[in-house]
Ligand binder design. Structure first.
Ligand code: SF4
Ligand code: SF4
Length: 164
């Protein structure tokens, strides 16, 4: 998915969404500043949530409940959030019948808690700052038998998919 060399990551990481759900608040998050992949500079957890975990409901209640019309579906049925419209009310989080959206997902974080994944040093610090191996370095490939799915060339996500 990545094409611009400037944004290649030095190492692969695995985001363990299963473990992340055990944390009420996970302070650190990563940003993938790839203009082709992430035009809005969404956090890596938000991208993983909507691209991999979300069940892509036909009549998505998260979209209809949003008071500021911040959520919509893309052409390929992926829910996308307009950061500039979102008032962080958490109504979408509360209404999702599948608990897809973690409670702290849209909370405003201190800038120091966001790590640039294209920078090797920041990538190391992101992994270090993530508790209990919720984010870890990973050398393998996509492995659906172990619930591991590819988000980008260098980022894999572990989660239980609903359509298996
Ligand atoms: S309600 Fe939940 S599972 Fe359904 S589209 Fe919205 S976030 Fe995804
Ligand atoms: S948290 Fe943001 S996206 Fe979700 S319902 Fe509230 S305004 Fe809409």
């Amino acid at each position: 998915m990545q094409s611009d060399k400037q944004y290649q990551m030095a190492k692969k990481i695995l985001i363990d969404m299963v473990k992340l759900r055990d944390y009420q608040e996970c302070k650190s998050d990563g940003i993938l500043k790839d203009p082709e992949f992430n035009t809005d500079f969404k956090s890596i957890r938000e991208l993983a949530t909507f691209l991999i975990t979300c069940r892509k409901c036909k009549e998505a209640p998260c979209i209809s409940v949003c008071p500021s019309e911040a959520l919509e579906k893309s052409e390929n049925e992926i829910v996308i959030r307009a950061i500039n419209l979102c008032v962080r009310c958490k109504s979408c989080i509360a209404i999702c019948p599948f608990g897809t959206l973690m409670d702290d997902l849209f909370e405003k974080k201190d800038r120091t808690n966001f790590f640039d994944l294209s920078d090797e040093g920041e990538l190391d610090r992101f992994v270090e700052a993530s508790p209990d191996q919720t984010i870890s370095f990973y050398e393998g490939e996509e492995d659906p038998d172990h619930h591991i799915y590819q988000l980008t060339d260098s980022i894999l996500v572990k989660d239980y998919l609903w359509n298996q």
